[in-house]
Design a protein around this ligand. Structure first.
Ligand code: SF4
Length: 443
């Protein structure tokens, strides 16, 4: 948490010499708090105060990056407990776990399946960014060979999972170009693991037995020169996991408790419970969730939930307000009106595509509000729709003047006809009824 002007003032020499520019230390402290001055303007600030001030300006939860350009996942640097207070900034990473027992065609097939776990939803591409490779054989050479294959063929950033430094050392050297997350340092191996993380310059996960041990370990590992850490309290039972994740977030944000000021990693062990458990961890407050199952039905609900949680509640998802052509449109093609709220627009788009009737969709600027909300708040008005209809090229592209409006706003039909000169056809209330409606329209 940022320091207040008064807190900064207490760390300054308080001699009011004026050499920093402002006439007093207090005035300088206020400027520092507002980020209008920099600390090096005071030549007399002590090294201890400098360290305290620089430390205080660091984010309460460190930002950690896994993977490399084009395939990089940034986690941490969150600033609030609850999404409605501001927004959640860095979406939790979703990983699928494999083991080093896989080899040959079976390994290639699994990598391919995980590579395909990417989907289009409301105009965004969402998918699995991480692949966790568990060491189950204890054989450094075998593990390293599997990691090499994953590095060569997987689109995901790797998590290297072993508590054996010998296993991790060889594999980390093979995977370093992909900036893997090394999992994990514990109370027995932390020095060796910290050395490997320093050698390959990769982030390191720290696994302890509860919050206290994790906090102790992060301080020890930081003292060894590794700062990009991800933490795991070792809990696997869901209630304990939620409790730990919540405590970590609270301590980091509300008490600026640096030893736990890192993103977290959690594990789902029961594949049958994957959707339920992983959804809970994504909601509160995992940085990475490692899942055993890679079926699309096990993954897509998690991606959807994450996408919904990590949109900014202050900025509705929206598409450009314009006329969209769906399919090979002709002058006979129907013109449908909806709003530019992404979820509404893409729902309508999906149903129009499913109808196989080429059509124009007029996405009216409602500042990203859905149909009924926009109508109630007067963002969707007959005047606005008429203006868009008559100012866009669609009026010259069709040989008719029929506009199909959502059934929920049938009430605006008369006014819209008056304002636009177009003939209003009241479409179905729900987008799911559009295919049947459009096929009948086109017949
Ligand atoms: S230079 Fe330092 S000691 Fe002098 S007024 Fe500024 S903050 Fe205070």
């Amino acid at each position: 948490m940022a320091l207040t002007g008064l807190e900064i003032y207490k760390l300054l020499p308080r001699t009011n010499c004026g050499e920093c520019g402002p006439p007093t230390c207090l005035a300088f402290a206020m400027q520092l708090a507002q980020k209008k001055a920099s600390l090096d303007q005071c030549p007399y600030v002590s090294d201890e105060a400098k360290a305290a001030l620089e430390g205080a300006s660091a984010p309460p939860i460190k930002l950690v990056k896994i993977g490399t350009d084009g395939n990089e996942l940034a986690i941490g640097n969150e600033t609030v407990m609850f999404r409605h207070e501001e927004t959640f900034h860095h979406p939790c990473g979703i990983a699928v776990a494999i083991t080093d027992e896989l080899e040959g065609e079976a390994l290639d097939k699994k990598i391919e399946e995980i590579n395909n776990l990417w989907f289009e939803r409301v105009g965004q591409t969402i998918g699995v960014e991480l692949i966790a490779i568990k060491d189950t054989t204890g054989d450094p050479k075998r593990y390293s060979d599997v990691v090499k294959t994953v590095v060569a063929k997987s689109k995901q950033a790797p998590i290297l999972m072993s508590f054996e430094p010998n296993v991790i050392r060889l594999a980390a050297a093979s995977a370093r170009a992909k900036n893997p997350l090394i999992y994990a340092a514990n109370s027995e191996n932390y020095q060796a693991m910290a050395n490997i993380a320093k050698m390959v310059k990769c982030p390191l996960a720290v696994c302890g037995n509860g919050l206290d041990e994790v906090a102790e370990l992060t301080e020890k590992i930081k003292a060894l020169g590794v700062e990009d850490l991800v933490i795991d309290t070792g809990a696997r039972e869901p209630l304990q996991v939620i409790n730990d994740l919540t405590q970590i977030r609270r301590l980091a944000l509300r008490q600026t408790f640096r030893p736990l000021g890192y993103p977290t990693i959690t594990f789902v062990e029961d594949e049958e419970e994957q959707v339920l458990q992983a959804s809970t961890y994504i909601s509160k407050y995992a940085g990475v969730v490692v899942c055993p199952g890679d079926e699309p039905w096990q993954i897509l609900p998690l991606l959807t939930l994450r996408q919904n949680l990590y949109t900014d509640p202050r900025v509705p998802l929206q598409v450009e307000p314009e006329v969209y052509e769906v399919g090979d449109v002709t002058p006979d093609s129907p013109v449908l009106m909806t709003t530019n709220f992404s979820l509404t627009y893409f729902t309508v788009l999906g149903e129009v595509e499913a109808s196989k009737v080429p059509a124009y969709i007029l996405a009216v600027d409602t500042e990203g509000q859905s149909v009924l909300t926009a109508y109630a708040s007067e963002k969707l008005t007959a005047e606005g729709v008429a203006k868009m209809l008559n100012e866009t090229a669609v009026k010259d592209q069709v040989n008719h003047n029929n506009i199909i409006i959502p059934g929920y706003v049938a009430v605006m039909s008369g006014k819209l006809e008056e304002e636009s000169g177009w003939k209003v056809l009241v479409g179905p209330r729900e987008a799911s009824a559009l295919p049947a409606y459009l096929r009948q329209y086109a017949s």
